[in-house]
Design a binder for this molecule. Structure first.
Ligand code: 5GP
Length: 183
């Protein structure tokens, strides 16, 4: 375990099983169709690439980036920093997110993408923190429900760090307070 972590919440094996289960459900639900996976940068990248390989139907990928956390807590204000490259009109779209916390990011994304008239629009999140929800967004596919702890790893960061950990863990409070960064 990385020295900056207090505990591991989800091991590599647990993540692999969870992603496989999501891939199986999505493959069954969309059999014979082509799915547009919309990854929310940067946190969803590891999850998205693993999930895509567990989906047995045709898949294309696009990316968006929205403003999110600076450090540990959300500002509550969401802006699109990077738009999709392709049109999603008439497409079966699944937004792929690392974690739904307050739900404000997902509410904004759903509203935004809905105006582009996709054939269908669903949400797939690796992690769900239901205790902190402020916007009741409908999540069709959820990997794991987790308690209200700030987690890092498998794409999730703190000041840009820890995304490359192959598991998901909880940071030590002193690391958060020390505001560790790459510089
Ligand atoms: P929401 O808008 O649902 O409050 O937050 C969504 C975004 O906040 C996520 O995409 C993620 O970037 C960030 N976030 C929320 N909770 C955590 C967490 O526990 N750890 C990390 N690293 N990011 C989080």
């Amino acid at each position: 375990m990385h020295n900056d972590l207090r505990e591991i919440l989800l091991s590599e094996a647990e993540l692999r099983d969870g992603v496989r289960r999501l891939g199986e459900r999505i493959s069954a639900d969309y059999a014979g169709r082509c799915i547009t996976l919309v990854g929310v940068l940067k946190g969803s990248v590891f999850f998205l690439t693993d999930l895509a390989r567990e989906i047995k139907t045709d898949v294309r990928m696009d990316f968006t980036m929205v403003s999110s956390y600076s450090g540990e807590r959300s500002t509550g204000v969401v802006r699109m920093l990077l738009d999709l490259k392709e049109s999603i009109e008439g497409s079966d779209v699944i937004i792929v997110e690392d974690i739904v916390d307050s739900g404000l990011t997902m509410e904004y994304l759903l509203q935004n993408l809905k105006t582009r008239r996709p054939r269908s629009l669903e949400v797939c999140t690796l992690l769900d923190k239901p205790s902190r929800r402020r916007s009741q967004v409908a999540i069709k596919y959820s990997g794991f429900s987790i308690p209200d702890k700030f987690v890092v790893g498998y794409g999730l960061d703190f000041n840009g760090l820890y995304r490359n950990l192959p598991y998901i863990g909880v940071l030590k409070q002193e690391v958060i307070e020390g505001n560790k960064s790459c510089r």
